[in-house]
Write a protein of this length. Structure first.
Lengths: 181, 165
């Protein structure tokens, strides 16, 4: 090895380490990848928030692209993403199902009255048991479930316009295209 | 309000605010060995909310839910491995303080040994190269240059001293 190349070794090592650390700066350690992506959505059957006589179950997710959104009323980030959810709900071909997680029913209904209801159905998980089955560890979290009931993606943290346009919408379009093929 | 009263009130607030904390006391077992096993297990599991705390230590709401869940499974007679698998299926290897040895963790487990290996290799090679290096004897030509350099150095020292006078 020539002297010149040898002298470059520390520089290359430094650049490699710098690149690794720079990458580490951009990743959020709070976002723990879900082992459920690519697997069938966990079964559940829970009372509906707005209709006491109805239950919401895994069957309600079938046949459509579904965003299963985990929220509770006193969660600040959930309120922050609420407006974006309202906008997405007006778009075609995707249904938003809410999982009202460890919340007070009255407060949850009050919040929907105040800010609108983007959900086609809302399941009430007061004890957080279904949340555990879905690997929920904070709100908001949003699972993209395809018409076959397979979880395709987990969004941790609030959905804003950027997340929707750059990550979720392309995925939803892709899933829809698969269905037509 | 006198400062003594303020101190009393503050002390009282401290006492009452501590009352809402989660403890492990509610998780009771008839068999003390099971209780020990339960505590040992939740010490080994990591809380997802406060990531540097174990499930045993965390005061997060979710940690309490998961402790209850682990307790329930313990009471049902599930094995340690079954309970760990239940949590890994839902939350991933992240919940384990002791991650398993598999392709995605090879770097984690083997990386340090690889680095030590590279270091040892470089160290041995450097030492061998040093030992094999040519003798330190100077050739006639080098000896002459050395004399020349030393001579000129001595002359300069002399001149420095002269100028200092």
């Amino acid at each position: 090895m020539s002297k010149f190349l040898k002298a470059l070794v520390p520089l290359v090592l430094f650049l490699g380490l710098a690149a690794l650390l720079f990458y580490g700066l951009g990743t959020d350690p709070r976002k723990v990848p879900s082992p459920l992506v690519g697997k069938p959505a966990p079964e559940f059957s829970l009372p509906a928030l707005l209709d006491p006589n109805r239950t919401v179950s895994s069957a309600d997710l079938a046949g459509k692209v579904t965003l299963l959104n985990v929220w509770f009323s006193s969660c600040v980030s959930c309120r922050a993403e609420h407006r974006e959810l309202m906008r997405i709900a007006r778009e075609d071909g995707v249904q938003i199902v809410g999982l009202n997680w460890k919340d007070d029913k009255g407060a949850a209904i009050q919040m929907l009255r105040q800010f609108g209801n983007p959900y086609s159905l809302i399941a009430v998980d007061e004890a957080g048991r279904v949340g555990i089955d879905w690997g929920v560890y904070g709100a908001p979290e949003t699972f993209v479930v395809d018409p076959e009931g397979i979880i395709r993606y987990k969004q941790i943290g609030p959905i804003d316009q950027e997340v929707w346009e750059q990550t979720l919408r392309p995925l939803v379009e892709k899933i829809k295209a698969e269905g037509r093929a | 309000m006198s400062s003594r009263w303020k101190a009393f009130v503050l002390a009282g607030l401290l006492v009452t605010s501590g009352a809402g904390a989660y403890t492990l006391e509610e998780f009771t077992f008839e068999d003390p060995a099971q209780g020990t096993a339960f505590r040992a297990l939740i010490e080994e599991l990591r809380c997802l909310v406060c990531q540097n705390e174990s499930l045993a230590a965390s005061q997060a709401d979710l940690a309490q839910d998961l402790r209850k869940e682990v307790y329930r499974m313990f009471r049902e007679g599930k094995s340690r491995d079954q309970i760990v698998q239940f949590l890994v299926d839902r939350y991933g290897d992240f919940v384990l303080y002791d991650p398993p040895f598999k392709p995605s963790t090879y770097l984690l487990w083997l990386g340090p040994f690889v680095l030590v290996g590279i270091g040892a290799f470089l160290l041995v090679r450097t030492l061998l190269v040093k030992r094999q290096s040519p003798s330190q004897e100077l050739s006639d030509e080098e000896r002459r240059r050395l004399q020349e350099l030393l001579g000129s150095e001595a002359n300069r020292d002399q001149s420095d001293r002269d100028s200092a006078k």
